[in-house]
Design a protein around this ligand. Structure first.
Ligand code: NAP
Length: 244
């Protein structure tokens, strides 16, 4: 039986690459999406060309009921979830004082509570089987903070604390919990950056390029592998040296 992975926010960007990477290594993949049904379907057909064990699942990760229904459906379609990648996230640029409380709550609800909702839904089976891998996708801004992305930074810092505490709590059950902290990655999330913004950013990146979704997917593939079997509770920075 192949392992089963749930990747949240896998319709686009980093999550899409992670789904492809895990599916290529023979893992059964549950593609979660919220609004991008067509893109999720496109990815489903792309993966089906080489791995039949894949399906798409709609759920807003901030909604505990939708998450619980999604996890039950995945368990009956593909089997118990061995690997969870909490990747779904939203960002918003602007002054903290201009952000409405509704926008703030949505950001924390998706980026932080969302990861907690999905983790809570998959943990009982991982604990039962005494095995599992959870990867939380944070951000370098969660490590060092970004001006004009204050609530986003707080949500991502929260994910780092969540990772470390949960890693301690569930290690006795054979479950590893780690965090990846990407730098600037070429996805829709950065679509507002102009060519000159990107050039300026590259100036500040020691490895002299922005990251690709595949850079993050490779790091996930390694962290969930047996090569990393003694690693839990870490924050793995994948940022070309932008934040050290
Ligand atoms: P993206 O291209 O904007 O994709 C975001 C993904 O999250 C989409 O698949 C979207 O699904 C999903 N999503 C958003 N809200 C959701 C919700 N409520 N429930 C379920 N899924 C939801 O962003 P990305 O760059 O790939 O980012 C992926 C993760 O990496 C995020 O957590 C982000 O904070 C983090 N990150 C990104 C960068 C970067 O430079 N790109 C840097 C550091 C960290 P739908 O379209 O189907 O709604």
């Amino acid at each position: 039986m192949s392992k089963v992975a749930l990747i949240t926010g896998a319709s686009r960007g980093i999550g899409r690459s992670i789904a492809l990477e895990l599916a290529r290594s023979g893992i059964s993949v549950a593609i979660n999406y919220n609004s991008s049904y067509e893109k999720a379907k496109e990815l489903l057909y792309e993966i089906k060309k080489f791995n039949e064990n894949v399906n798409i699942y709609k759920a807003d990760v901030s909604n505990e009921i939708e998450v619980s229904e999604m996890v039950h459906k995945i368990e009956s379609d593909l089997g118990e979830i061995d690997i969870l990648v909490n990747n779904a996230g939203i960002s918003q640029i602007g002054l903290f004082t201009d952000m409405t409380s509704r926008e703030r709550d949505r950001m924390i609800g998706v980026n932080l509570i969302g990861a907690m909702n999905v983790t809570k839904a998959v943990l009982p089976s991982m604990i039962y089987y005494k095995s599992g891998n959870i990867i939380n996708i944070s951000s370098m801004w969660g490590e060092v903070g970004a001006s004009c992305e204050v609530v986003y930074s707080a949500s991502k810092a929260g994910l780092i604390g969540f990772t470390k505490a949960l890693a301690k709590e569930v290690a006795p059950s054979g479950i590893r919990v780690n965090c990846i902290s990407p730098g600037v990655i070429d996805t829709d999330m950065n679509s507002e950056l102009t060519a000159s913004d990107i050039e300026e950013l590259i100036d500040g990146i020691p490895l002299k390029r922005i990251g690709t979704p595949n850079d993050i997917a490779k790091a996930v593939g390694w962290l969930i592998s047996d090569s990393a079997e003694y690693i839990t509770g870490v924050v793995l920075s994948v940022n070309g040296g932008m934040v050290i």
